[in-house]
Design a protein around this ligand. Structure first.
Ligand code: ACO
Length: 323
């Protein structure tokens, strides 16, 4: 059986760090409020002229070096993003050009904070069906560009960054001992649009709009939906929650991470958290957390890793991998 195995990973964060105290100079907030309600201490914010494609390219180059392959070996680039450089073409094609890749295909996936999980589901399918052998999957965002910087209820939550993995076809025996993606589960419910959206777009206002959110409602749905995705993925693999070595959640809020772990009886020591340092980087948050835990040696070859996310739409999902 063909499996999509991660052969390399990398990330890129803007150099510019913005602390909670920095934000308290712009809106009526405090370090204590932000830490207590979200766990966030700082976030990286792109400087003027620094675009999503720059961060995506940085993460892509790091992942290719880690994989030990050249861009010419890629069949497909998928970029999960809600904050593309331009309305078109896809940010993935900008990365394709800047990597010097002249063959294959490149396209974006839009599922907001769940984008990397949706991209993983697509990449896994393309590899398992034989349509592609090697895929670069990127999650990249400049969420700072979509924020209303006068709205303290949203502007303190988000950050910018990018993470990427290289997935390659690998022959397995078809059970849970295989290295690579074991399953993916993706969901959405468009009725919940109004809880989290951007109030603009090409066909409605001819501008990108600003992020709008009903925080309390999002919070409640996040724990329920993320827990459901984790259960769906682990049950599909015939595994119990305790069989999983590492949980790599979308980094929205430490209280969502803690609430989900509590609901499912997950040992908090198995939950990778980077929200304190990165804030919510939307589609970049799962790969940024994943790369952090791989680089610091927590996630090792052979470990069972469950990635999960939820975002606007609502969209949510999970991907189970043997690293
Ligand atoms: N600084 C200081 N006070 C604030 C701030 C701020 N930045 N933001 C809101 N407040 C005030 C409110 O105005 C309110 O004041 P009031 O009582 O006088 O009316 C008070 O703090 C409490 O506000 P709540 O909205 O009740 O605070 P809550 O505990 O719900 O926390 C938060 C708000 C952090 C947004 C929380 O609801 C949350 O995390 N929701 C999930 C949202 C999320 O993560 N979205 C990301 C995208 S979706 C995803 O990724 C899953």
């Amino acid at each position: 059986m063909i499996r999509a195995r991660v052969i390399g990973s990398g990330s890129c964060l803007p150099a510019n760090v913005v602390t909670n105290d920095d934000l308290a100079k712009r809106v009526e907030t405090s370090d204590a409020w932000i830490r207590e309600r979200t766990g966030i201490i700082q976030r990286h914010i792109a400087v003027e002229g620094e675009k999503t494609s720059d961060l995506a390219l940085g993460a892509a180059r790091a992942a290719l070096i880690d994989a030990g392959i050249d861009a010419g070996e890629l069949d497909i680039i998928i970029c999960a993003t809600t904050t593309p450089d331009e309305s078109f073409p896809a940010t993935a094609t900008i990365v394709q050009s800047r990597l010097g890749m002249t063959r294959g295909a490149a396209f974006d996936v839009q599922a907001v904070c769940s984008g990397f999980i949706y991209g993983m589901a697509l990449a896994d399918s393309l590899i398992r069906t034989g349509a592609a052998r090697t895929i670069l999957l990127i999650g990249a965002e400049t969420m700072s560009r979509l924020l209303d910087w006068s709205d303290r209820t949203t502007c303190v939550l988000f950050g910018d960054g990018a993470g990427a993995v290289v997935l390659q076809a690998h022959t397995g025996i078809g059970d849970n001992s295989d290295q690579g993606v074991l399953n993916t589960r993706i969901f959405s419910d468009g009725r919940l649009h109004d809880m989290l959206y951007a109030d603009g777009g090409v066909s409605s206002t001819q501008s990108a709009g600003k992020l709008r959110m009903q925080g309390k409602e999002v919070f409640k749905h996040a724990i329920t939906n993320i827990a459901a995705a984790i259960v769906a993925s682990s049950e599909a693999a015939g595994l119990k929650i305790e069989d999983i070595d590492w949980f790599v959640p979308h980094q929205a809020n430490q209280r969502i991470l803690d609430g989900t772990a509590k609901k499912l009886g997950i040992d908090p020591a198995k939950v990778i958290s980077t929200v304190a340092l990165h804030g919510n980087t939307s589609a970049a948050s799962v790969p940024l957390a994943l790369v952090a835990a791989v680089k610091d040696g927590r996630i090792k070859r052979g470990d069972l890793v469950l990635l999960e996310a939820m975002g606007g739409g609502f969209t949510w999902g999970a991907a189970l991998l043997r690293w």
